[in-house]
Design a protein around this ligand. Structure first.
Ligand code: SF4
Length: 413
């Protein structure tokens, strides 16, 4: 049997990323202790740029959810939220995070010396991804009595019409008076334009990172990308995010120039559709590497590419960016998008993750995988699992399904 872990190449840039992410968390912790800067909690595809323009430090609870999943702390914490009446069937980021709060423990304490998650001055959501985020923030609104505002976005959208856009831009603008009151600062359009421009540059860099995986062999795996996306998610709109990605890109380009692959001896290229199984990233990376498979791309990591932030009007840029997302769109849009990804990345097989507690990011429930496979000839497999709740995941069954997909590939039968 081959040494599977030796087939995974570590990225050197990760050291810098950890430093920058550490700085982000320590800054939040300091502000939470001293109350010398205001803190806003924001959903992962919420209006972070607008919040930063008011000087808020921005904290993303979904990032904490992913930390709880990847550290495998979630299983012990979810039951605490269940006991408070939050169903085991709803978002396990939500139940992990609320469980973490109820238990008074988080991996952030050990990793960054934080007291706990930083208490917010305001909670700001966008329902573009799901309703769970609103209910999640409402828990803390009740708990701490802090204001909660948000943007209500329609879902399952085909084309975005001017009516959609007018409503969404108006909702973004309507946040301004509340943000002025909580921050104690007047709205500054020039500052917003600067932050949006920075976020746009970050998005362009992140897109470049992901597109390098189109090279054969790929210098990057989906599993790497789930880690490397940290700055694009939590630091977008800051100089740190712009500082990081050129370093990562240079390393990936050097790999390409040297003919180095992320998975040594890359034989097959897969696409991951749906949420990661955070507590199993390493196991999955090793299993695929052991089979000569590079999972080169994913909808999940692509979801932090916000092209419309380049628009001349920052409100239009934000409104369009946070509504044109894959998760917000219709089945027909999703099918066409995945077809483009299969072509762009020369995909041999698609893995669909049916995440029990996230129907919003499980795109295998309405016939899409079969339609796409019929039209492209690319085989697929659907695994049943979850983003954080590993009680909903079967190691053995998943392993067998991954192997079965490889066996279906031409030349393997
Ligand atoms: S999209 Fe899914 S994982 Fe993300 S917050 Fe909503 S339910 Fe949770």
């Amino acid at each position: 049997m081959s040494d599977k872990s030796s087939k995974i190449k570590a990225l050197q840039a990760t050291g810098l990323m950890r430093e920058l992410m550490g700085g982000h968390f320590r800054e939040l912790d300091e502000a939470a202790r001293t109350r010398d800067r205001k803190i806003a909690w924001c959903t992962s595809v919420g209006p972070a740029e607008l919040l930063r323009s008011f000087g808020f430090l921005v904290y993303f609870p979904e990032n904490h959810g992913a930390v709880l999943g990847s550290s495998r702390a979630a299983a012990d914490l979810i039951p605490l939220a269940n006991a408070r009446g939050y169903s085991p069937d709803i978002c396990s980021y939500l139940t992990s995070d609320i469980g973490s709060y109820l238990a008074g423990r988080t991996p952030l304490q050990k990793a960054f010396g934080m007291e706990g998650v930083p208490r917010p001055d305001i909670l700001v959501y966008n329902t573009n991804q799901c309703r769970d985020v609103q209910d999640w923030f409402a828990f803390y609104q009740r708990e701490w009595g802090v204001p909660m505002v948000g943007i209500d976005t329609q879902r399952s959208l085909g084309d975005l019409t001017s009516d959609h856009m007018d409503g969404l831009v108006a909702q973004h603008r309507a946040l301004i008076p509340v943000l002025e009151q909580v921050s104690g600062r007047k709205f500054d359009l020039d500052r917003l334009k600067e932050v949006v421009a920075s976020s746009y540059r970050c998005t362009q860099l992140w897109k470049r990172v992901l597109q390098l995986a189109a090279h054969r062999p790929s210098p990057l795996t989906f599993f790497d990308a789930t880690i490397q996306m940290g700055p694009a998610v939590v630091l977008r709109g800051t100089p740190e995010a712009e500082q990081y990605y050129p370093v990562l890109i240079a390393e990936l380009e050097a790999r390409i120039n040297a003919g180095e692959a992320a998975v040594a001896g890359e034989k097959h290229r897969f696409y991951w559709e749906g949420m990661p199984v955070w507590g199993k990233l390493r196991d999955h990376a090793e299993q695929f590497a052991g089979m000569g498979v590079c999972v080169v791309a994913s909808t999940y990591c692509n979801s932090w590419i916000f092209e419309p932030l380049g628009a001349s009007d920052p409100f239009e840029g934000m409104a369009r960016s946070y509504t044109e997302l894959f998760i917000v769109r219709s089945e027909a849009y999703k099918e066409a998008y995945l077809k483009r990804m299969i072509d762009l990345y020369a995909i041999d097989g698609v893995i669909y993750h049916d995440a029990k507690t996230c129907p919003n990011n499980s795109n295998c429930r309405y016939g899409l995988p079969k339609r796409l496979s019929d039209s492209t000839g690319v085989p697929y497999v659907t695994i049943n699992g979850d983003l954080n709740d590993l009680r909903l995941y079967s190691e053995e069954q998943t392993r067998t399904q991954f192997e079965a997909l490889v066996e279906q590939l031409p030349g393997r039968r």
